[in-house]
Design a protein around this ligand. Structure first.
Ligand code: PLP
Length: 428
């Protein structure tokens, strides 16, 4: 007898028990079942392929199921799967720390592991607050950019400026003040306003997405302006926390967005592409100075934060293999190619009457459509459907379309994305 459940489509079985993230199930009941993925392609259960134009939320930057990553993690799996990281250590974590210290901004010295991007920023915030606490200073306010996004746990939600979904939780948030993103126009006024605010010595830290605000539709900001803001915070002893969860690992053309800036952050938060999309892991790195504020004979001065899967050996092995790939001539060459393809595409389309603005940093490319959101309430759904029908997976944000494809995408695949964008301009 055949099993009736096996005949039902996965997308129908999904509805019975599954609750998806960031989803209002009443208005969006349908989930597309993905059966497998390879390189820049994902395949649905009917066998149709889609180019993963956002690298599955910026994680699978070396392509899906990269054989080098699978081989290294497969071998590690035979040796050591998981062990407590409190009181124990292991080779994958030690080797990863050595490999990352080589490529991180030169002031970074210590690494603290967790499970995802939200915990990485949560820990960055806790480090900044406890740093001052341990030094006996009363500094309890965090600064953050307007429209920033730092994650979905309470601390990271508090510092996030995109708050449409935060209503039920707002009264439980930590104390946060928001500042404008620097532009060549506002920079002098912003510096004056900050200098004035910093006379009152209660600002503990500043958390920011360096140069690109991903969730704010790939908004990009001025390198010089951000450098000046960071230098001012240094002068006043405000701990700077760079949230590089999205920007890390080659996407901006440099290994880290902070590499484009003269003033290096005290703390850096990493996740997403850290493990090449194989398994979740978060990482918060810091300077020796931060670490020393916790190093003490007094046990209570330690950072008493720990997740069960801290520094999972398989995740560390995936991350170590990913660093090898990132530093390879092949991937660095691919990054340069994509940067040039985007530049050429931009020249071709930027003056199109349906396009209001375009921007690029490294392999991140975004364009804003010149259409009124009020009039096109379902614009996002319409764009999304158009791309998926074309076999291109992009997730437009409002009226912004952006590309952040895996580094291994080839020219013909990228052209499929460009062609689909060009044809969408004819229907909006
Ligand atoms: C995705 C993201 C986070 C949150 O990471 P999760 O792994 O989804 O918790 C935090 N900060 C930035 C900049 C991100 O892009």
């Amino acid at each position: 007898m055949t099993n009736p459940i096996a005949l039902e489509k996965l997308s129908d079985r999904d509805k019975k028990h599954l609750w998806h993230p960031l989803t209002q199930h009443k208005t969006h009941p349908e989930m597309l079942a993905i059966s497998h993925a390879k390189g820049a392609l994902i395949y649905d259960e009917e066998g149709k392929d889609y180019i993963d134009g956002i690298a599955s939320w910026y994680t699978c930057m070396y392509g899906h199921c990269h054989p080098f990553i699978l081989e290294r993690v497969g071998a590690q799996m035979q040796r050591l799967d998981q062990v407590v990281f409190s009181g124990f250590t292991h080779e994958p974590a030690v080797k990863l720390s050595e490999a990352l210290i080589e490529i991180l901004p030169e002031n970074q010295e210590k690494l603290f592991f967790s499970d995802n991007g939200s915990t990485a920023t949560e820990i960055g915030i806790k480090m900044a607050l406890q740093y001052h606490f341990n030094l006996g200073r009363k500094r309890n306010v965090m600064l953050a950019f307007e429209e920033g996004f730092h994650g979905d746990t309470f601390g990271s939600m508090s510092v996030s400026g995109l708050s449409v979904y935060n209503g039920p939780f707002e009264e439980f948030f930590i104390e946060v003040e928001r500042i404008s993103v620097p532009t060549p126009e506002n920079i002098e006024a912003l510096l004056a306003q900050l200098e004035n605010r910093l006379q009152d010595n209660n600002i503990a830290g500043f958390i920011y997405e360096p140069l690109v605000q991903g969730a704010a539709a790939m908004k990009m900001h001025d390198v010089n302006g951000l450098d000046k803001v960071l230098a001012l915070f240094k002068k006043y002893g405000v701990i700077t926390v760079a949230d590089e969860v999205m920007t890390g690992f080659g996407k901006t053309g440099a290994h880290f967005a902070s590499d484009h800036l003269a003033t290096k952050p005290d703390i850096i938060c990493l996740s997403k592409a850290l493990t090449a999309g194989l398994v979740p892991m978060g990482l918060t790195t810091c300077t020796e100075e931060i670490y020393q504020a916790f190093y003490s004979d007094d046990i209570a001065k330690g950072l008493f934060h720990g997740h069960t899967y801290t520094a999972n050996p398989l995740a560390c092995t995936a991350a170590l293999a990913a660093v090898d790939l990132l530093r390879s001539d092949e991937i660095q060459g691919n990054i340069q190619n994509i940067i040039q393809w985007h530049r050429d595409f931009d020249k071709e389309i930027k003056d199109h009457p349906k396009i209001a603005a375009t921007r690029q940093l490294g392999v991140i490319y975004a364009l804003d459509l010149n259409v009124q959101m009020e009039r096109y309430g379902n614009l996002r759904d319409k764009l999304f459907k158009h791309f998926m029908d074309d076999g291109v997976f992009l997730r437009p944000l409002g009226n912004t379309i952006y590309i952040l494809a895996p580094f291994v995408i080839d020219k013909s695949q990228m052209d499929r994305i460009y062609e689909s964008i060009k044809s969408v301009l004819e229907i909006v």
